[in-house]
Design a binder for this molecule. Sequence first.
Ligand SMILES: *Cc1c(COP(=O)(O)O)cnc(C)c1O
Length: 354
Amino acid sequence: MTEPQQPRGVLYRWASILPVTEATPRITLGEGDTPLVRSVALGALCGLDELWFKLEMCNPTGSFKDRGMVLAVAKAVEGGAKAIMCASTGNTSASAAAYAARCGIESYVLVPGGNVAAGKLAQAIAFGTRIVQIDGNFDEALNAARELTQKHPVALVNSVNPHRIQGQKTAAYEICESLGDAPDILSVPVGNAGNITAYWKGFGECAERGLATLHPRMYGFQAAGAAPLVSGKLVEHPETVASAIRIGNPASWSGAISARDESGGLIEAVTDEEILEAYGLLAAKEGLFVEPASAASVAGLLKLGRAGRLRGGRAAAILTGNGLKDPDTAARHYHPDIVVSDATVAGVERALGW
Ligand SMILES: *Cc1c(COP(=O)(O)O)cnc(C)c1O
């Protein structure tokens, strides 16, 4: 007989670095502790010595949002909240709805009209959240959620809630633990900019605690049609195939700029074509099926590599969400070559041209 294992999850694994107390309910869906796997093909294409993928799509609802949501919901419950609300391009609502269901509290999500990937909406519906489709974009939905949660006894769990950033920083600790140090470069897609802010905070703490000898350069990538941090101007009508980063007014704007400038990094734009190329290459060359927003982190490295702007070193790219979230983009991107056959050996051989 062996000892029963400790429960998994961010609030168990990382309690010592998070604002949790005796009174914080230790909820878990087994989030965090995601694999870090080495690239077999794309690293060389990017001109890197080592490229690692952090598989954040392996979190329980299929995106990194679970890391911060578990803490935000636990703190809301600790504070007596009976309901939570968020505005979301999809993954935040899927995650909020899951943890609310787990805790037996109500959840409300405001989604931008017509712009939410089918898999994410299916999750929110399955978890029994109240969905309000807003006649407007994400930024307008977030403004409404901020005001509503001021006015009503409902906790806001968007990444403007500092517990979200705290929970998300744990991924930086995991990377340092896996590699034995921080990477030279950390590449991440940027939408509302909570995640790049959280990683920079996490890597800073790792260096302070002696878990890393260096600070990575933070490379953030936005979609060209939704790149306010690149242009320095709000984007009123953000447009991109990568719906998770279709955001024109990032809530953590200053956090992203600090991460870039303090780390000697960059925030640049990648086009939808570049995103979809990386999306296809990740699947075909690495066996990793991610949602388009996640592919932006790799599209950016490919673009820099081809321009001769990456000279070796070790990079980690964050694969933020699962490809199954957005089946419509997959259906549009791939033109399946499926042949039909009767159920005989001869029939299959004929169909395959053997
Ligand atoms: C939320 C999200 C992002 C963007 O993260 P921010 O913290 O908003 O910058 C990127 N990819 C996926 C899959 C997401 O769900």
